[in-house]
Structure formats: structure tokens, C-alpha cells
Write a protein that binds this ligand. Sequence first.
Ligand code: GRG
Length: 303
Amino acid sequence: MEFSLFEKREKPLIEAALIEFLDKGTYSKGTLGQAMRYSLTAGGKRIRPLLLLATVHSLGGDTTKSYEIATALEYIHTYSLVHDDLPAMDNDAMRRGKPTNHKVYGEDIAILAGDGLLTQAFEIASLGSLPDAKKLALILALAKAAGPMGMVAGQTEDIEGENQQVSLEVLKAIHEKKTGELLRFSVYAGGVIADAPSRVAMLLNAFAAHFGLAFQILDDILDVVGDSKELGKKTGMDATLNKSTYPALLSLEGAKAALENEVVGARKTLVQISEYYQTKGGQFDIQLLSDMLDLLRLQQRRE
Ligand code: GRG
């Protein structure tokens, strides 16, 4: 299936699920609920839930049982952006083309809205009709991916790396945690929901690692060459904060080559998954995830 068709079908369902769970919260009508809703509905690309659902679909799994965990994932991603934009962190005024949460609701409520999104994510992840053993495995993996061994650790290392040149190896390790872990979880969760055999789960993990790195390199490239209106946020922030990035360490051309390298690596793992199913029997729809990779590659060529 083409990703563009899949996205057309799934994105409205994701948007509906994001709001449905928010509306179930007793606090949803007050300022806290409004602040949570503001960032949830500010128009994100929904890459992580789409990647999760695309993984489930490509393995022939049931996407209808996946919305709780996909929603929980987007809640956590949204919280991370709200907190990342705070004055104590990146101090951003615009996100997704709109004023950041703290610019509208104040720092105190923005911090609490992030806390609310993070906590409610785990409540949502515990709902739905997946077997309890799968839910438990997913909740554990999500906590690890988002927590002090994953995204929070990456954000800490990123902050500590400001105003100093870090090596490419260190930069990669930061990215793997800060951005990579949630993307890796998206693909992992898809494999769990669709009962991927262990060999496929291993290959999916390799695919996700390449995808995550490609995604972050693209973000670094777009911060240099992207259009701030199109991106919905200020560009050039990495240079302002004196951050080590792929373009800073490798030059723009070097960063583009590194992105291409990750895309090629990711595609190889998809081919290996396809070959596995050809020999063992079973279907794998390679196009969906392959199309998502192409989107990463095309974005950096737009300028
Ligand atoms: C505050 C604990 C804590 C963590 C924040 C992910 C993160 C950690 C900060 C975001 C910083 C950043 C801009 C990273 C680059 C990659 C990235 C996560 C971009 C934003 O994700 P998209 O492109 O955003 O999926 P949308 O708006 O489409 O949801």
C-alpha cells in the first residue's frame, strides 16, 4: 500500500483518538485540559503513530487494536516538545506554526500540561483490547524509551553538550536516545502488536535505528536550509545555541551523505524482512515503510 493512501486513511483516526482520550479526562475542560489540547491539536505530522500503524499493517497485523498505544506515544512526544520549548530548555517561541505552549498559558501551566500528557499517556496505554501481556511489554518498553535511560537521558546529554564541540560518535549516541528511542519504540510496538517473529523483530529494530538517525540528521539539515514558515518553527536555532549537529561536524554535503547512508541501511533491512517472509511463507508489505523512508530523503532535496 502507498504511504500517502495509508496516511489519508489513518491520520484522521489518530486525530480523533488523541481528542477522545483527552475528553475522557475529568480535568479536560479547565485550563490544564485546554493547554494539553492546545499542543495536542497544534498540527504535528504524527510520524510516530503513523510509523507504528504502518509497521503493524505491513506485517499483516490489526491496526484497530493499535490506537491506544499509538495515542500514548504521541502524547509523550507532544509533552517532550512542550518541555523542550520552555525557557529553561530551548526557549522557543514558535512550534508547529503557533506560539509555544508557555507563550500562551505561561510557564507554570506549560510544565503541568507536559506532566499531564506524560502521565495520561500511560493511562491510555493500559486501555484497549490487546492481551494484557502485550500491553505490559509495550508499557515497559515505552517507559524505557521515554525515560531516564532513553529520551530524557538524550535531552540531558544534549543540554550538557551545548557550547562545546562533541565528536560524531557522541552526537550519534545523543540522537539515538533523544529522538531515536521513541521512533524505535514505534516500530518495536508495531512488531509486538503484529506478532513479528524474533528474526523480524531484530531486523525491525535495525530498520528503526537507521530511520531514527536519518530523521534526526534531516532535522539538523532543515535547521540550516529549511524554511521556518514551512517548518512552523524558527530555523538556525542549533547555531544560535552553539549545538553540535551533523552539518556542523560534517558540512552540509557530509550531512546529506550521512542521511543517504542511513536511508540505504534502512532499506536493506526492509529487503531482508521481505526475503525472510518469502522463504518462511507470509506476506510483508514493503512499500509502506519504504515510502516513509523516501519522504525523509525527498525533504532534504526540496531546497
Ligand atoms: C524535554 C525530556 C524532554 C525531551 C525533549 C525530542 C526532544 C526531547 C526534543 C525535540 C528537539 C528536537 C527539535 C529534536 C529534533 C527531532 C524532533 C523530535 C523533531 C520534532 O518531531 P516532529 O518533526 O514534530 O515529529 P511534529 O511537530 O511533526 O510532531
